[in-house]
Design a protein around this ligand. Structure first.
Ligand code: AMP
Ligand code: MN
Ligand code: MN
Ligand code: MN
Length: 291
């Protein structure tokens, strides 16, 4: 069993990288990836745990892009966390995110639900503010009962407080990931456009833009969706990956490795994906030798 999709305190998860490793080891996972949104800052601490555990630790990231006017997430697995060009590109993203956060706070205030940005920042110890943190701040300020309600009413695409970030195209995201040695995978295809999307042609298009894999196994995918995406990946010539999208207590009830209970990502995904990456940088070779 593997889990190639998790978040730590460096983005919008509530567990530290070390705690994620502990949970992955305790669950008996063969491999575990940390895929924080837009940042590789948690990966050093994550990979430093490798000598103490048998679960294979895979450095990753999750980038948000815009495809057909909707938000599409792309996972980068096996990215090199110290790649200088990649880090500079992510720094640009951080600046875009900061500009967007300021606009989002203004938009919420204008609609009568003020949350001050400092209190949102206080919820993000890793320094990266996402809508997950805004949702919690809206609850803390009494504007919603639960983060879920805050999302639905104010933060989801199309809601009054939502501000899209200056978008990254799928081609840019895939290029950034691949040039950092990683494998580019479409995250949770079943969630794209609220699940109402026929992927067949779009997937070939994304493959032409550099995408290499599809997250067919995902906590929120129903069994029929999983089968559908596995078949689709095979038809399109994409590798498959999968994960829980674990966020700690930010997603109550969701278990690392097991999702809502029935997730089971086959070990074979590890080798399938590892075979696709670009020449591993020296640091990653060293990690493999230890593992
Ligand atoms: P951002 O990158 O700032 O746009 O925030 C995106 C994060 O918000 C995602 O990674 C999810 O963790 C979370 N999220 C997005 N949509 C929802 C939703 N409808 N309900 C709950 N959480 C969501
Ligand atoms: Mn998230
Ligand atoms: Mn996502
Ligand atoms: Mn995620």
């Amino acid at each position: 069993m593997i889990d190639f999709h998790t978040h730590s305190t460096f983005s919008d998860g509530t567990d530290t990288p070390e705690r994620l490793v502990e949970l992955g080891e305790a669950a008996g996972l063969r491999a575990l990836a940390l895929t924080d949104h837009d940042t590789v800052d948690g990966l050093e601490r994550f990979l430093d745990c490798q000598p103490r555990v048998s679960v294979r630790l895979v450095p990753g990231i999750e980038l948000s892009c815009r495809f057909l006017g909707r938000e599409l997430h792309m996972l980068g697995l096996f990215v090199d966390p110290v790649d200088a060009r990649f880090r500079e590109r992510l720094e640009q993203l951080r600046r875009r995110r900061e500009a967007r956060n300021t606009q989002m706070a203004r938009r919420l205030a204008e609609s009568g639900r003020p949350v001050d940005l400092d209190s949102v920042r206080a919820l993000a110890p890793g320094g990266l503010i996402t809508r997950t943190h805004f949702a919690q701040a809206l609850v803390d300020h009494g504007h919603a009962r639960t983060p879920r309600e805050a999302f639905h009413r104010f933060l989801a695409e199309g809601a009054q407080g939502h501000v899209p970030m200056e978008p990254l195209s799928p081609r840019e995201a895939a290029t950034w990931i691949r040039e950092a040695g990683g494998v580019a995978a479409i995250a949770h295809p079943g969630r794209f456009a609220d699940g109402r999307f026929v992927w067949d042609e779009a997937l070939a298009d994304l493959k032409a833009q550099g995408v290499q894999a599809l997250e067919a196994y995902y906590a929120d995918h129903a069994p029929n969706q999983e089968r559908h995406f596995l078949a689709l990946a095979q038809r399109t010539g994409l590798a498959v990956c999968g994960g829980s999208d674990y966020h700690g207590v930010a997603k109550p009830g969701l278990v690392l490795g097991r999702g809502w209970g029935s997730l089971r990502v086959p070990d074979a995904c590890l080798d399938g994906l590892a075979a696709l990456r670009n020449a591993p940088p020296a640091r990653m070779k060293a990690i493999e030798v230890q593992a």
